[in-house]
Design a protein around this ligand. Structure first.
Ligand SMILES: Nc1ncnc2c1ncn2[C@@H]1O[C@H](COP(=O)(O)OP(=O)(O)OP(=O)(O)O)[C@@H](O)[C@H]1O
Length: 308
């Protein structure tokens, strides 16, 4: 479990993390989302004691990182995949880390196996591709068999097979009761991987909760309904306080109601329905709605502009 209370980090005048409080429970994968510069890496660095909070606090498994007697067994982190010495082989890098943290040598072979690094474990890190470097970073995070894992952009640079592997791995780690905090800019991947989300913008939490709840509250739940008596159904729904929009295909898009309420109203009125479903927005739409005003580094052209 990770608990942050009014966690704040300033760099000079810049407030990178601004009084955030959150709890990341064990047994879940929590996705950490936010635009570039929002404060994700800084928050993660404070969790593992690489940055000192200006004020507030953050604990892992009930204690501050620096107070844990065997920190690598409590929390494993992938924060900078390029952190290994370029002249060392992956295996010797892992062995050196294991020795300095009193982790048995056998664990090195286990994490090499788990991360698929076997065929390249003897090669110098200098010759590693981005994806191999990511796998080595994940192997380092797993070395102490920690109860909590913090992975900053673990799928960055991985091929589709690697992306699927990370998803399966983190799901398995959470199923074993571990705490997983994971950042990524790949929304579709995050939607498949995370149980819950923490969304940060300009150093502040702007949404938190189960993935579907965050999507619904950011986009508004929409019910799609089709009926041969669509006009009458629309007026009845409006009479019941819903906002109704006619879709291009002749159906209705209803906000401010639910699938159950629409179905029951139609039954009461004796109106036949040909379709009734909840239209789910994507995490990407929800994310863009949530962070629209929190983006610091925006390009000047957008793909949503209509050509004239
Ligand atoms: N060592 C530092 N000195 C000064 N400012 C810093 C330092 N580290 C981070 N910042 C600033 O703090 C803010 C938060 O940065 P951070 O790296 O935590 O964002 P992030 O959400 O991880 O972004 P990204 O998605 O681009 O990795 C940014 O404005 C950044 O420029």
């Amino acid at each position: 479990m990770i608990e942050a209370r009014k966690l704040t980090k300033r760099y000079g005048d810049k407030v990178a993390v601004d009084g955030v409080s959150f709890t990341i429970p064990a047994g879940t994968v929590t996705g950490f989302l936010g635009p570039n510069g929002a404060g994700k890496s800084t928050t993660m660095r404070m969790v593992v004691g690489l940055d000192r909070p200006t004020s507030g606090s953050v604990t892992v498994n009930g204690a501050h990182y620096r107070h844990h007697r065997s920190p690598l067994r409590e929390v494993g982190a992938l924060l900078d995949a390029g952190a290994a010495h370029p002249g060392r082989s992956a295996r010797s890098h892992l062995r050196a880390l294991a020795a300095s943290h009193r982790i048995p040598r056998g664990r090195v072979d286990e994490v090499i196996e788990m991360t698929g690094l076997g065929p390249v474990a003897h090669r110098r890190v200098r010759s590693f591709s981005l994806g191999m470097g990511q796998r080595l970073g994940i192997a380092v995070a797993l070395l102490g068999d920690p109860r909590t894992l913090i992975l900053d952009e673990p799928v960055n640079g991985l091929d589709p097979e690697g992306v699927t592997w990370v998803r399966t791995l983190v799901r398995q780690l959470a199923a074993e009761g571990r705490t997983v905090l994971l950042s990524s800019h790949l929304m579709s991947e995050m939607a498949m991987t995370a149980d819950q989300l923490l969304v940060i913008g300009r150093g502040r939490i702007i949404a938190a909760g189960p993935v579907q709840d965050v999507i619904d509250s950011a986009t508004g739940a929409v019910v799609v309904v089709r009926s041969p008596r669509v006009g009458e159904l629309g007026s009845r729904l409006e009479g019941a306080g819903a906002a109704v929009e006619r879709a291009d295909d002749g159906g209705l898009r209803v906000r401010g109601s639910s699938v159950e309420a629409v179905g029951e109203l139609a039954a009461r009125e004796g109106i036949a329905l040909h379709e009734l479903r909840h239209q789910r927005a994507s995490l990407e739409e929800a994310y863009l709605n949530l962070t629209g005003s929190a983006v610091e580094y925006r390009s000047t052209t957008t793909t949503t502009e209509t050509p004239r």
